[in-house]
Design a binder for this molecule. Structure first.
Ligand code: GLU
Length: 450
């Protein structure tokens, strides 16, 4: 079977991580089977929909690397290769929905009531085999039994979610509906509609919910619920994807770091876990650090550069090698990319911003001669490498009968303006002799002035 799946978000201005996970599972299933992944924006509720709200979804999916395979061109549904296309918008498909409502009316499977159109719901129990959950049997509730028919087109002419969702799944040839468990209660209605249209319903796989760490249902307002938070806080998309995979799917061995190609190779719907997943920020942070360590140097430099530019650091004047060397010193020290700019921004300024407290503590009259002596040892040091700088500093400290730290602290403040940062010898090597000497001279001048 040629698998066709879709992610069908309503544009609410927000991409919930549960929605992101639904998108990911659909995408994984399509990539695993060589099938087709469709993005369909369920925007029939025109009052709430805005272009920005759609952008939030598109940006989130692009950031995660979830590419969709087809979509309309000029309102015309076409099957294109991968590239730039789609998504489908329900707001552009009113004709399609009208055609199918007509189909139901003509067969007396729907009828007009108080200006609205209602669907004649079956009175029989609906039974289906959910690929994730197993056998599900849904009978009408006592209240529904009084009048199980439901509105499919409101009196203002607006078709409702159940109708358009089913018509699109039918028209788009969707073979598997993979969606959140909160939709299970809708599925009986959807199956009944498919049957009324004379079409075999797709297979369903309902994914368990994501709960807060305390076991309560995660809502929009809960911490960490929005994918945008992770983008803003500098998480790596590969770490977030890996984390979302683990929230509800497991490769059966205990591996936690799962390269996406491996997951694509192994992903299948019956392995979706049946129990609800609990959100675990610690695990995401741990994965993020693991991915930070294993990224290629080029990718790390690219992501770090983006984070610096976003923080207002201009990299344009600096050579690529210098940038790469500077940011690499932060790689082992940060948890997310937003930790990076304050750690290495001193590399990318003409004059470091001397932190007043650090200056008062380290750039004192007592440290003046030590710094001057160290400067003397660095002027002709060759090569100007971390190892040579370290040896020179130690020799200078010994000659002056002080501990290394007595030189290390003022030297660090002189070079970076701060008391914390990357390894001193390495950062001095990257800065290079010229910058280091200039920064020493400025620190010495500050001491003289104070
Ligand atoms: N628009 C629905 C939602 O955002 C889609 C449900 C489905 O995937 O069928 O929940």
């Amino acid at each position: 079977m040629n698998v066709r799946v879709r992610f069908a978000p309503s544009p609410t201005g927000f991409l919930h991580i549960g929605g992101a996970r639904t998108a990911l599972f659909n995408w994984l299933y399509a990539r695993h089977t060589g099938g087709t992944f469709i993005l369909r924006i369920e925007d029939t509720d025109t009052a709430r929909n805005t272009q920005e709200a759609v952008e939030v979804i598109l940006q989130g999916l692009r950031w995660l690397g979830l590419d969709w395979d087809e979509g309309p061109v000029d309102g015309q549904a076409t099957h294109l290769g991968r590239g730039d296309r789609g998504p489908y918008f329900q707001s552009q498909r009113a004709d399609v929905y009208r055609k199918w409502v007509q189909y139901l009316l003509e067969r007396n499977l729907a009828y007009e009531a108080d200006g609205a159109t209602k669907f004649r719901m079956t009175r029989e129990p609906i039974v289906f085999e959910d690929l994730a959950i197993g056998a599900i049997r849904r009978e009408l509730t006592d209240r529904e039994a009084l009048d199980p028919d439901f509105v499919i087109v409101r009196s203002d002419g607006q078709p409702v979610f159940h109708l358009v969702n089913v018509i699109d799944d039918l028209e788009m040839g969707i073979t598997h509906v993979v969606r959140g468990e909160d939709h299970i209660s809708n599925t009986a209605k959807h199956i009944a509609l498919f049957r009324a249209f004379g079409v075999e319903p797709p297979r369903y796989a309902h994914i368990p919910l994501i709960l807060n760490p305390d076991g309560t249902k995660m809502s929009k307002r809960d911490q960490g619920a929005s994918l945008a938070t992770y983008i803003e806080e500098g998480y790596l998309p590969e770490a977030v994807v890996n984390y979302l995979v683990l929230l509800g799917w497991s490769p059966k061995d205990n591996r936690e770091i799962l390269p996406i190609e491996d997951v694509i190779g192994r992903f299948d719907l019956p392995q979706i876990q049946r129990h609800n997943a609990r959100f675990d920020l610690k695990k995401l942070q741990w994965l993020n650090v693991a991915y930070l360590h294993q990224l290629s140097g080029d990718r790390f430099t690219a992501l770090a550069s983006q984070a610096l530019e976003r923080a207002g650091v201009s990299l344009a004047p600096f050579p690529k090698d210098y940038i790469a060397a500077a940011v690499s010193l932060a790689r082992e020290k940060i948890k997310t990319l937003t930790d990076l700019p304050p750690f290495v921004d001193f590399f990318f300024v003409d004059e470091v911003a001397l932190d007043p407290e650090a200056m008062a503590r380290e750039l004192t009259p007592a440290s003046r001669d030590h710094l001057a002596a160290l400067r003397g040892a660095l002027v002709a040091l060759d090569p100007f490498t971390a190892a040579a700088i370290e040896a020179a500093l130690k020799t200078t400290a010994a000659a002056r009968s002080v501990k290394n730290a007595v030189l290390v602290h003022p030297a660090r403040v002189a070079c970076t303006g701060k008391t914390i940062g990357p390894s001193l010898y390495h950062l001095m090597e990257v800065l290079g002799r010229e910058r280091v000497l200039r920064r020493f001279d400025r620190a010495l001048a500050q001491i003289a002035d104070s």
